[in-house]
Design a binder for this molecule. Structure first.
Ligand SMILES: C[S@@+](CC[C@H](N)C(=O)[O-])C[C@H]1O[C@@H](n2cnc3c(N)ncnc32)[C@H](O)[C@@H]1O
Length: 342
């Protein structure tokens, strides 16, 4: 049988995330690195708190996972504004997931804040959001059902897959005008993710935002055509689907998402995630992949030299700038009045 990728992804991901097995050993994320949440907390205090009208201060985290991405953010906000700040009392932090598997220590630490659970499939609309000031999501978009398209001189085709997510055929694509225009900009022969469920979620969530509020999306993927063509067709086509523990995820096409946001008259910006964090923290950082993913300062690299060596890193090479580059991006979408500069 041949399937569009979104059908395979929906079926396997639903089963995978609702299963009871320990999924966290299947993949690495920035879960243990508090720098991204800290950077977002700095921005939140700088750009969102001044807009707060003294009422409910609602924040949504979509795809909460183990919970540290949420906890680190809340801790950082508390550190920056101080525990007695009235905003902390009004802050309602909604954690949303298709199935909760928060680590027990994180669960008890989250009790210090007004945290509310919403168990739901995020692809079923954003009507549950109550006027958020801020929405955030890390590494969920690569899980949401996406199509894969390719063009050649005779037209645009949808790539079809077998049960194990291997390419097994093509059919002429039935697509809307926006996707057609997008595909015409893409290099021929390259299999391009069209993250349809992400676009729907992004637009739905953004439509609920308060004026000045924004939505941060962090995930792996690409945000420029040069990032596609720097690889051969074969390399690129075999890299867009990453399978962890039998679960296929797909790179996020941030070019497509930015086009969808702009077509809906939203403002948006997308930066390499490390550059975003470096700017917020005013620190040069280095990307390393150890037990989990980290951005480290020079000092942290030096303190962890032996641990780094165990993972094949040479400190002098890392410091000389011949660094590993991660392909994570940080996209911000907003309706109006938000500071443009992320
Ligand atoms: C890779 S984990 C990332 C967790 C965390 N945000 C982090 O950065 O470590 C993806 C999370 O998204 C959730 N998820 C995946 N698909 C979802 C969907 N359709 N609706 C709601 N949550 C979903 C999963 O259950 C999981 O908790």
């Amino acid at each position: 049988m041949r399937y569009p990728f979104n059908a395979i992804q929906k079926r396997i991901n639903d089963r995978y995330y609702r299963s009871r097995r320990d999924i966290y050993s299947d993949f690495k994320t920035f879960v243990d690195c508090p720098k991204l949440p800290y950077a977002q907390a700095i921005d939140f205090v700088r750009h969102i708190l001044p807009l707060w009208d003294g009422g409910e201060l609602n924040i949504y985290d979509l795809g909460v996972g183990k919970g540290t991405y949420s906890l680190n953010f809340l801790d950082a906000v508390g550190q920056i504004i101080g525990p007695a700040h009235p905003a902390l009392k009004s802050l309602n932090y909604f954690i949303c997931d298709i199935s909760f598997r928060i680590a027990p220590d994180v669960e008890s630490a989250l009790r210090h804040f007004n945290v509310h659970r919403i168990e739901r499939d995020i692809t079923r609309g954003a009507g549950f959001m109550r006027k958020p000031y801020y929405v955030r999501s890390s590494e969920m978009y690569d899980d949401l059902p996406a199509k894969v398209m390719v063009r050649d001189e005779s037209g645009i085709y949808e790539v079809l897959f077998d049960e194990r997510a291997a390419v097994c055929g093509f059919r002429r694509a039935r697509i809307d005008a926006h996707t057609r225009q997008h595909m015409q900009l893409m290099p021929p022969g390259y299999h391009i993710p069209i993250n349809t469920a992400c676009a729907e979620n992004m637009l739905a969530a953004a439509s609920r935002l308060r004026p000045g509020g924004y939505f941060d999306i962090s995930d792996y993927g690409f945000s420029g055509i040069d990032e596609i063509t720097m690889l051969t067709q074969e390399e690129f086509n075999s890299s867009i689907i990453r399978t962890y523990g039998g679960q296929p995820t797909i790179d996020v096409n941030f070019i497509y998402l930015m086009g969808k946001a702009r077509a809906a008259r939203l403002d948006c910006e997308c930066l390499p995630q490390k550059a975003y964090v470096e700017r917020a923290l005013s620190q040069k950082l280095y990307y390393v992949e150890l037990e989990q993913l980290y951005y480290m300062t020079r000092r942290e690299l030096e303190e962890n030299e032996r641990r780094l060596r165990r993972f094949g890193y040479e400190l002098s090479l890392l410091l000389s700038g011949i660094e590993e580059v991660d392909d994570y991006k940080h996209m911000r979408v907003w309706r109006s009045r938000c500071h443009r500069n992320i």
